[in-house]
Design a protein around this ligand. Structure first.
Ligand SMILES: Cc1ncc(COP(=O)(O)O)c(C=O)c1O
Length: 467
């Protein structure tokens, strides 16, 4: 059987049997791209096509593909102790060592970790922890969690409910009670470039939190949750004053901040945690993804002593998963964190490759199809839009437009077309509506960044000739 015949066989079986996450099965219709192997920043599909993976899988593979050290640590742990739980006063060496290692790399005051298998489970854990905390503090009415529009916090019922993705709410039945929603700090399309500075907009977006706390009554608010940079919402980098203002509001009302670090942690923003990049002082940090660089599924919640000490004094905390602290996943995480630390990949993201990526990415801003570029560290986005230099757009009230840019009206949407053109040009970029986003491995070289930018520009040119 030739490689292509094998691919066709995979596609047939895939269409018949495999229900994909977040996928329209009719649109997929036997066309699945089958990714067969990977090395460094590159993927190969089952037809042998090579792709530069500018998304690190799904924001996971910070250490890059093909790390023998992680594979060996996993094999060794599988042979020694493939599984044991942390219930009933037991633990395993890798889970203990990982909790201690996370305490070492976390901001001051974060000394304990609770382990899960995914980011979504970490978010569910946040809900259990924060409500239990307030109960133990003698304020059981504090159950409401304030979250933002266009946030992504996972796909379990709690994750979907805290997330601000309308399509998930429509399909998921009634969301969990006790969630309140405020606007997101997204300048492109929601800020008014003619009447405001980004900082004025940032202050308004933060004020929405104060207003919501007042509306609910601070005595009912358990927490505010936000991603330091909204990832799946389209790499929404908030105006520089936004998080300071949010922190101040939360301090004034004794509302703990939950920084959802599932994407931002482990170097993505050029620091160990996105909270450090933006000066946030959270009390809980859910993590996942790059904890193991995606090599095995693992997440967790890092707890500040202010919360952990109260929980520890409260008797049994009736929460946990069969795979909490799975020893093999923990071994993968330890090997991964060692790579990040010893190769100084986080410092490199902050001082060297991150600034280079941002500088090169900005060169795309002049492209006729690009309404805005933005980014921080190893995260970046661009907005595909029709530039309208004559002043007001026809759709000023449409949140997807702003005064100088209009979205293309086409089918398939411009973002999807761009994503497909990128793939044809050997590049994996993700489309969020008409926002194109990247989050490459932290190991990417300058030459590979240049290749990424060239392929992105080529794909935009190809798109321009189609639209
Ligand atoms: C910020 C954020 N939180 C939570 C999650 C959920 O993580 P998982 O898909 O591992 O359940 C994601 C996933 O993309 C995420 O981006």
């Amino acid at each position: 059987m030739s490689a292509h015949e094998k691919t066709q066989e995979y596609q047939r079986l895939d269409a018949a049997h495999y229900l994909h996450p977040f996928t329209d099965a009719r649109a997929l219709a036997g066309k699945a791209r089958v990714i067969a192997r990977a090395e460094g920043v590159y993927l190969w599909d089952s037809d042998g096509n090579k792709l530069l993976d500018a998304m690190s899988g799904l924001w996971c593979v910070n250490a890059g593909y093909g790390r023998e050290e992680i594979a060996e640590a996993v094999a060794e742990q599988l042979a020694r102790l493939p599984y044991y739980n942390s219930f009933f006063q037991c633990a395993t060496p890798p889970a203990i060592e990982l909790a201690a290692e996370l305490a070492r790399v976390s901001p001051p005051g974060f000394n304990r970790a609770f382990f899960t298998t995914s980011g979504s489970e970490a978010i569910d854990t946040v809900v259990r922890v924060i409500r239990r905390y307030w109960q133990l503090r003698g304020e059981p009415k504090r159950v409401n969690i304030i979250a933002r529009e266009n946030a992504y916090h996972g796909s379990t019922v709690a994750g979907m409910s805290l997330g601000g993705m309308a399509i998930m709410h429509e399909q998921g039945g009634p969301p969990m009670p006790g969630v309140a929603r405020i606007r997101q700090p997204k300048w492109f399309g929601e800020g008014d470039a003619e009447a405001q500075t980004p900082e004025e907009f940032g202050a308004i977006a933060a004020r929405a939190l104060a207003e919501k706390i007042d509306e609910l009554g601070a005595e009912t608010v358990a927490a505010f949750i936000g991603e330091p940079v909204q990832g799946a919402g389209g790499v929404v980098v908030p105006p520089p004053n936004y998080w300071n203002a949010v922190q101040q509001i939360c301090d004034e009302h004794s509302v703990p901040i939950v920084a959802d670090e599932v994407i931002c942690a482990f170097g993505r923003t050029g620091a160990w945690f996105g909270s450090e990049t933006f000066g946030i002082r959270p009390k809980l940090m859910p993590v996942a993804k790059a904890l193991t660089s995606g090599y095995l599924p693992m997440g967790g919640v890092l707890l500040h002593d202010d919360i952990a000490d109260v929980l520890a004094e409260g008797g049994e905390f009736a929460h946990g998963y069969t795979y909490s602290g799975h020893p093999v996943c923990a071994a993968a995480a330890l090997a991964n964190l060692k790579i990040l630390r010893e190769e100084k990949l986080i410092e490199r993201a902050r001082d060297d490759i991150g600034p280079y990526l941002q500088k090169q990415w900005q060169t795309l801003a002049d492209h006729p199809l690009v309404g805005e570029t933005r980014g921080v560290g190893m995260l970046a986005a661009l907005e595909i839009a029709q530039k309208n230099n004559n002043g007001n757009s026809k759709n000023d009230n449409d949140k997807n437009n702003n005064k100088n840019n209009r979205r293309f009206q086409c089918d398939p949407p411009a973002g999807i077309q761009c994503r497909e053109l990128c793939a044809a040009n050997g590049l994996v970029m993700r489309a969020v509506g008409d926002t194109m986003i990247i989050a490459p491995p932290l190991t990417i070289t300058r030459a590979e960044v240049d290749e990424l930018i060239n392929k992105a520009r080529q794909s935009l040119n190809d798109l321009a000739s189609r639209l």
